[in-house]
Each structure stands twice: as C-alpha cells, then as structure tokens.
Design a protein around this ligand. Structure first.
Ligand SMILES: *Cc1c(COP(=O)(O)O)cnc(C)c1O
Ligand code: SF4
Length: 340
C-alpha cells in the first residue's frame, strides 16, 4: 500500500501552487499550444484557468478531448452569446438574506464561507457570482444565529461555496462548533469538489473534526467521470466512509464529458467502491459561457432512461434541474406510466 499519509502536509502547498497558465497545462499534457484556439485566452481572463496538480495527474496525455481536461480548459466557445444563457440563472443574488446566507428551501440553507474554489469548472453556474462582496465575517455569526433561531423549521446547514474545504481546519472547526451550538440543527452538510481534486485535503485533523461533532455530517462530493476517482482519491474517501461520514456525489450531465449511460454507469460503480452513493445528476444550469456543454432535454432523458436499465436502483442518481424560485430541486420525469 502506498503511504499517502506523509503527503498530508501537502494539500496547502498544492492549493498555493495551482496551475493557472493554459500554456503550462498544455505542456504538462504534451499537447500543442494550438489547442488554445483564439479566444480561449480571453475566456480564461473572464473566468481564470485554475486546476490542482493532483487533478492534472488524472488527465490522459496527448488527448485534447480528455473528459477531465474539457472540464477545466478555457474554450473560445465560452465567449459566444446564446439566448437564455445568462449570468445568474438561479436568481441567487436576489435570494441572499445575510452575508453568506442563501435560504431558498425550507429546512436547509446554504452558508458560503469562502468564494474560492480549488478548481475552476468551466460549466459552473457560479462563474459570474460576486462572492467576495458577500462573505460573512466572524462578527456576522451573531446575525446568522439570530436568523436561524427565527426560523425553527431549519434543521440543516449546508456549507457551500466557493468550496468550504479550501478553508483551514481551524476555521472549519470554529464554524462547526458555532453551528453545533444551536440545538435545532441536526445535520451539517459540506458540498465540496476538493476531495476529488486534492484528495489529501481529507487529512486526519479534518477527519477528527468531522467525527467528533455531535452533528450528522454529510459530505457531498462532485465527480462527473470515473477517471476522477483514482486510487489515491479512493483511499481518502474510504477513510471517511470507515469513520461513518455519509458520502454522496453530485454530477452535472455534460456534453463531451459524461453524456452516455455507459460512462455514468462506470461512475456509479466507481463511487460505490469508494464508499460514496450517487445523489444528484444535474442537467446544466443555463449560465452564460457554458452553452457548449448543453444537451437537449430529449438527449438527457434518453441517456437517463438507458442508465435506469443498466444500474440497480440504489446506484441511480436523481436527475434534477434547479428552477429559480422553486422550493426544491425539480425532478425530471423521464418515463410516464399512467396508473390504470
Ligand atoms: C441545492 C440546494 C440546496 C440543497 O438541496 P437538497 O435537495 O437538499 O440537496 C439547498 N439550498 C439551495 C439554495 C440549493 O440550491
Ligand atoms: S463551485 Fe464547484 S463546480 Fe463551481 S467552480 Fe467551484 S468546484 Fe467547480
């Protein structure tokens, strides 16, 4: 067994040493600079290239169509305008209650503690969101606490982002303790892509913080393709699983990345082997710059119907869409069986 533990100190240095230069990325992957068609660098100025080296290790060399590469490499098509593709498709700016608090669903709300991500996913619906203006400071905790107490139906806090696992263990610990001090809160969810892109982040100290808390902790990771889960990633995920942290995965259905039932089937099995249950399969949010990842609703439902036939029910993620103003994610109904 490879000893991964000695590398634990290395997640911070990885975070400080992200690849941000498209030319460097292409060089590492033995690709020609011509892969950056004119406009790609401009696209990168609008939403910077940002990718950790651990993720680049999982990308195959000399393949400009690698499904992991497509998720991170800026593309000139991002600059095209398309009807219906807008900067804030989910109306999040309007739904923000307090700095960092996004409360749209009854029992649970998103708390954003950082606007930073370890990776920039080209299809992200948050690529235009002005986070930095809207983060809670330590002193804002009292207001957030008062808000939660004024809403007794809230029993879950979701740390979302940005990516909460880019924060230090110290800071996470502080916020977890604050949240755990409210008796009405039973569940603490962490939405993060970091376990996939810098798996060493799931270090012993974090494991301790999560397992010692009185809260039920659910970690929702984000992987779109089986290649994102290599042996090292699996090792760290299993550690959490063995310590009774509930692990779920959400994916986005993306043209050119995972748009086949076979690929999604592989992903589900790979997740299960890592102690992670498939949760959501999102259709793309119509954000400006992501049109080239979009699939027609017909194509999405036909892939999903095929997937239903390939997997046991417990490994099928729920196909959903987020509609601004709805009280929950909206399931997409793919098969209609009239009840006799
Ligand atoms: C997705 C989301 C949640 C969590 O929804 P679940 O269906 O419980 O996973 C909560 N709040 C907002 C604003 C969301 O977008
Ligand atoms: S919020 Fe998630 S999907 Fe968006 S860029 Fe960050 S890690 Fe990627």
């Amino acid at each position: 067994m490879i000893n991964y533990l000695y590398r634990e100190q290395n997640w911070k240095s990885q975070l400080n040493d992200l690849i941000t230069d498209p030319h460097e990325l292409l060089r590492i992957l033995s690709l020609s600079p011509d892969e950056l068609l004119s406009g790609a660098l401009l696209a990168s100025e609008q939403f910077k290239l940002r990718v950790p080296r651990s993720f680049v290790d999982k990308i195959s060399k000399s393949n400009p169509l690698d499904p992991l590469l497509l998720q991170v490499l800026p593309h000139h098509l991002e600059l095209d305008e398309h009807d219906g593709f807008i900067t804030d498709p989910l109306g999040e700016e309007a739904a923000t209650q307090l700095p960092g608090v996004l409360h749209k669903y009854q029992s649970r709300f998103l708390l954003t503690l950082t606007g930073a991500c370890a990776i920039h996913c080209r299809y992200c619906f948050r690529r235009h969101f002005p986070y930095q203006e809207n983060l809670p400071k330590h002193k804002d905790w009292l207001d957030i606490k008062a808000y939660i107490e004024s809403q007794p139906q809230i029993n879950e806090v979701i740390l979302s982002g940005g990516d909460p696992l880019t924060l230090s263990n110290q800071k996470l610990h502080t916020w977890l303790e604050r949240i755990a001090s409210l008796p009405q809160i039973q569940f603490l969810r962490i939405h993060s892509r970091v376990p996939i892109v810098i798996p060493e982040r799931l270090d012993q100290e974090l494991l301790q913080t999560l397992t010692m808390s009185r809260l039920n902790i659910i970690l929702v990771i984000h992987a779109n393709h089986a290649h994102e889960i290599d042996e090292k990633t699996q090792y760290y995920l299993k550690q959490l699983h063995q310590h009774n942290v509930t692990l779920l995965n959400q994916s986005v259905l993306l043209k050119g990345v995972n748009d086949s039932a076979k690929l999604l089937q592989e992903l589900s099995y790979k997740l299960f082997e890592s102690g992670v249950m498939p949760y959501y399969l999102h259709v793309l949010d119509k954000v400006k710059g992501a049109h080239h990842f979009d699939l027609s609703q017909d194509r999405a439902t036909s892939i999903y119907n095929e997937l239903l036939a390939l997997l046991p029910g417990y490994l099928v993620p729920k196909l959903v869409r987020e509609i601004a103003g709805e009280k929950n994610k909206t399931p997409i109904v793919t098969q209609f069986n009239p009840i006799e």
